[in-house]
Unconditional design. Structure first.
Length: 236
C-alpha cells in the first residue's frame, strides 16, 4: 500500500503555495531522473496538500485572458491577485471558504493514466458530496464535478480541476467550493464556459458547512480510491 504524506497549509498566498508545490514536484522528478541514470530504485514520496487562498484568479496555459473581466486596477480594488500558471484548463477563482487540494503524486506508484487520475479526483469529490446527500456527476466534455449534469439548463459546477503532469508526477489539482463568496466568480468566465453557473456546498444546502468536516471526508475517499495510507507531514 502506497503512503501519502498530508499537510494542511491553511490560508496561504497563491504564489507561495505554487512555489512550494514546485519544490516538492522538482524533488520528486529529480529522484526519478537519478533512478533512471544510475539504475537505482530510490522511492518517491506522494503528497496531498490542502489550503485556502486569499482572493486570486489563475489562468491555465491554454486559457484565454479575455475570460478575466476585470482590469488590473479593479482587481486591486477588490483585493484580488491574478496569475498565469502552468496547469491545464482556463481561468478560475480561489478564495477563502474553498478547499484547494494539491496532490503531488508519482503516478508510477499507482497507475500511469492521466485521464484515470482526473476521474479519480472527480470521484473523490462526488463521493464527498454524496455524504451531504447531494448527487453530483460529470459533465461530458469538461473536467470537474457538476450538479444536474444531465440537464444543460441547470448544470452548475461545484469543483474545478486543472493539473500538470511531467514524468508521471502531478501537481496543481482541485478547487472545491464549500463556503466561498460566489460573487467573485462574476468577474470571470469560469473555466471559459459562458453559459453555466458555479455553485457551492453552502448554496446547495442553504447553510454554512464546517470546512474541517469536509476535509476529513475528502481525505477518506482519497485514500480509499487510491488504495493508500495517509500520514501527517510534520514539516512544511
Amino acid at each position: 500500500m502506497q503512503k501519502i504524506l498530508f499537510k494542511d497549509l491553511g490560508l496561504i498566498d497563491y504564489k507561495e503555495a505554487w512555489d512550494f508545490q514546485e519544490v516538492v514536484f522538482k524533488n520528486t522528478i529529480d529522484i526519478k531522473i537519478q533512478n533512471r541514470k544510475e539504475n537505482t530504485a530510490l522511492p518517491t514520496n506522494n503528497h496531498l496538500f490542502f489550503c485556502e487562498h486569499p482572493h486570486v484568479y489563475t489562468l491555465g496555459k491554454s486559457g484565454n485572458e479575455a475570460h478575466l473581466l476585470l482590469s488590473e486596477a479593479v482587481l486591486k480594488q477588490k483585493g484580488a491577485t491574478y496569475y498565469k500558471i502552468n496547469r491545464g484548463g482556463d481561468i478560475t477563482y480561489h478564495g477563502p471558504g474553498q478547499i484547494v487540494g494539491y496532490p503531488i503524486l508519482d503516478l508510477d506508484n499507482f497507475f500511469t493514466d492521466i485521464h484515470k487520475y482526473l476521474r479519480f479526483l472527480e470521484e473523490v469529490i462526488i463521493l464527498t458530496l454524496a455524504e451531504f446527500n447531494i448527487e453530483a456527476g460529470r459533465y461530458e466534455g469538461y473536467t470537474g464535478v457538476w450538479l444536474d449534469a444531465d440537464n444543460p439548463a441547470k448544470a452548475r459546477k461545484i469543483c474545478a480541476m486543472g493539473v500538470r503532469c511531467s514524468r508521471w508526477v502531478t501537481m496543481h489539482g482541485f478547487a472545491f467550493n464549500v463556503n466561498p463568496n460566489l460573487d467573485y466568480f462574476d468577474n470571470i468566465i469560469p473555466c471559459g464556459i459562458k453559459d453555466k453557473q458555479v455553485t457551492s456546498l453552502q448554496k446547495e444546502l442553504g447553510k454554512k458547512v464546517a470546512i474541517e468536516e469536509v476535509k476529513e471526508k475528502i481525505k477518506k475517499h482519497f485514500t480509499n480510491l487510491f488504495e493508500a495510507e495517509m500520514t501527517a507531514l510534520t514539516e512544511k
